[in-house]
Ligand binder design. Structure first.
Ligand SMILES: [Zn+2]
Length: 212
């Protein structure tokens, strides 16, 4: 059975492995309609935040070797899409690309038996935020992609403490609000230590401090 998809140039695919299951599969394995080889294209417009190339079947980079040659794109709503086992890619980190921009040809680099695309969807730029991409395989950007995250702006902020930073952008900098923000941002057991505050300030500086 074939499905419409935004991540293959032909626009049609077959799914050879779904999300989850016994192997706790992190995404979807996809081949072209009729089990053909196809070019992989960007699901939505975004910024290339990772582009690994130069590896062949059975090899890849460090802890991520299983993905072989792979690309991660961060989208405007903070979600990320990952494309693995590529034959190669010409994309470079920092490149802004549009929806359907060519990412590369599907291949067998990394831990892949047959030629296919391994496709993941992350809610935010965090390996552990992956969700089932199936509902979004052909979903229009910005409508059906999950968009639950807002970030505090990078600037303006002043001072060297998170309290000053929050104050400067007009956010409640009380201990209780900082506790709430810490929890949302995965800083557990917040008790206002310098280290925890520095972590939050760094996220604020990078425009990555999650608001809700
Ligand atoms: Zn896979």
């Amino acid at each position: 059975m074939s499905y419409q998809t935004r991540v293959l140039q032909s626009g049609e695919c077959e799914v050879t492995q779904w999300f989850g299951g016994k192997s706790n599969h992190r995404g979807l394995d996809i081949v072209g309609k009729g089990h053909t080889i196809d070019n992989v294209v960007a699901h939505s417009k975004g910024n290339v935040i990772k582009a690994v190339t130069g590896y062949s079947k059975g090899s890849g980079e460090g802890a991520w070797w299983r993905y072989g040659n792979h690309v991660i794109i961060e989208h405007d709503n903070a979600s990320c899409t990952l494309y693995a086992h590529l034959q190669s890619t010409d994309l470079k980190v920092g490149q802004q690309i549009d929806k359907a921009h060519l990412i590369g040809r599907m291949g067998t680099s990394g831990n892949a038996n047959g030629i296919h695309l391994h496709f993941e969807l992350w809610k935010i730029n965090n390996y552990n935020s992956n969700i089932d991409p199936a509902p979004y395989l052909n979903a229009p950007y910005g409508v059906d992609l999950p968009s639950i995250i807002n970030y505090y702006p990078k600037t303006p902020y002043i001072g060297i403490s998170i309290a000053d930073g929050l104050k400067a952008i007009g956010v409640d900098s009380s201990y209780l609000n900082r506790l709430k923000i810490a929890n949302i941002n995965g800083i557990n057991g917040y008790n206002g230590t310098a280290n925890q505050n520095i972590q939050m300030l760094e996220l604020l500086k990078q425009g990555k401090l999650i608001k809700q």
